[in-house]
Design a protein around this ligand. Structure first.
Ligand code: BGC
Length: 348
């Protein structure tokens, strides 16, 4: 009898393991155009598969209808969990409601899912802190606390349909506004509000066009701004392209900020065409999400470290915020090469 019970327990345990192995996770990424999302997708897939999950990974070519179709397919294909980096955070309400009806766990990945009750958790980097890091760099670089000089600045902001963009902007402007008020930073275009400075879709060509227009309209004497606040690398690339195309010599290149440490931008940093970036190690974020998924599926309490910052207009979404890190020419080797994120050849 004892033997039989032991056998039965072993059998039940094996079945439980098998079903855990069979859990399916859908990972919906916004686009393959930007290096960071490709890396996010690959890291998520690797981490999840190493943890025994089956993975459906899709990229939606920055097309909202495509992302909805991808998610519909994941639901039809029996996914137990959806991990979503949205294109437009407010556009997925219906498909998320369907996910909830099917008892699917929904994790907002990097970008918050807005205007819906049907998101369980949010995993991201501290987006406000990203802006703080960028602005603090500017403050130090120009010694704004102690100087009595005036520096000319232009401001760029991210895509208005991405909730993160307002956090990046707020983190930076909460610091820089004081120096604008004191007259240490002047903005020749006068364009500092989020809506005017925003680039819908985060596209490099659109940032380049706006920078071209600013240079033509407000720097027609052939001069250049001393600094340009850019929330991320795709915009920083467009800004640098415009400055270069307008004939700016390297030694007078504006200080341009960024975020993501994309390879092309790290090359620009090495070439003196961008000053800094913010490193958000996608391996850390992927590992965190996998931990959340594991905990949830095992019925354990899911680890979060923020329950009040990210309200999606329906509820405060329990969040885990990873730490973003400052990167520039002086620390990139340790941060990116020695940590195995890039090979030295990647940046040549
Ligand atoms: C991400 C940034 C990225 C931007 C453009 C934001 O939501 O947090 O890392 O640069 O989207 O893709």
């Amino acid at each position: 009898m004892k033997k039989f019970v032991a056998l039965l327990i072993a059998l039940v345990m094996m079945m439980a393991c098998a079903s855990a192995l069979a859990e399916k996770v859908g990972v919906s990424m916004p686009t393959q155009d930007l290096q960071r999302w490709v890396q996010d997708g690959e890291n998520m897939q690797k981490e999840l598969e190493e943890n025994g999950y089956e993975v459906i990974l899709t990229y939606a070519a920055n097309n909202v209808a495509q992302q909805i179709a991808d998610l519909e397919n994941m639901i039809t294909n029996g996914c137990d969990v959806l991990v979503i980096a949205s294109i437009d955070g407010s556009s997925l309400g219906e498909v998320l409601a369907k996910a909830k009806e099917n008892n699917i766990m929904v994790v907002a990945y990097d970008r918050l899912l807005m205007d819906t009750p049907d998101v369980d958790f949010y995993a991201t980097f501290d987006n406000y802190k990203v802006g703080v890091i960028q602005a603090s760099y500017i403050v130090e670089k120009f010694d704004l606390e102690n100087t009595d000089k005036t520096f000319r600045m232009e401001v760029f902001a991210g895509s208005p349909d991405d909730n993160n963009a307002r956090f990046f902007y707020a983190g930076a402007m909460d610091i820089l506004q004081k120096y604008i008020d004191e007259g240490k930073l002047v903005v020749p275009s006068g364009q500092t509000d989020f809506e005017t400075c925003a680039i819908l879709g985060w596209g490099t060509p659109d940032a380049q066009t706006r920078m071209d227009n600013l240079l033509t309209a407000f720097y027609s004497d052939g001069s250049f701004p001393d600094l340009v606040l850019s929330p991320n690398d795709s915009l920083a690339m467009g800004i640098a392209n415009a400055v270069e195309a307008a004939g700016c010599p390297l030694e007078s290149f504006p200080v341009i900020t960024g975020q993501d440490c994309d390879k092309a931008n790290m090359k620009n940093i090495l070439a003196g065409k961008q000053s800094m970036s913010v490193f958000k190690d996608t391996r850390t974020l992927a590992a965190q999400v996998v931990e959340m998924v594991n905990e949830y599926l095992l019925g354990e309490e899911v680890t979060v470290n923020d329950t009040s910052t990210y309200n999606n207009n329906v509820k405060d979404v329990p969040s885990f915020l990873c730490d973003p890190v400052f990167a520039d020419i002086n620390n990139y080797e340790e941060l990116l090469i020695e940590s195995g994120y890039y090979t030295p050849e990647d940046l040549q």
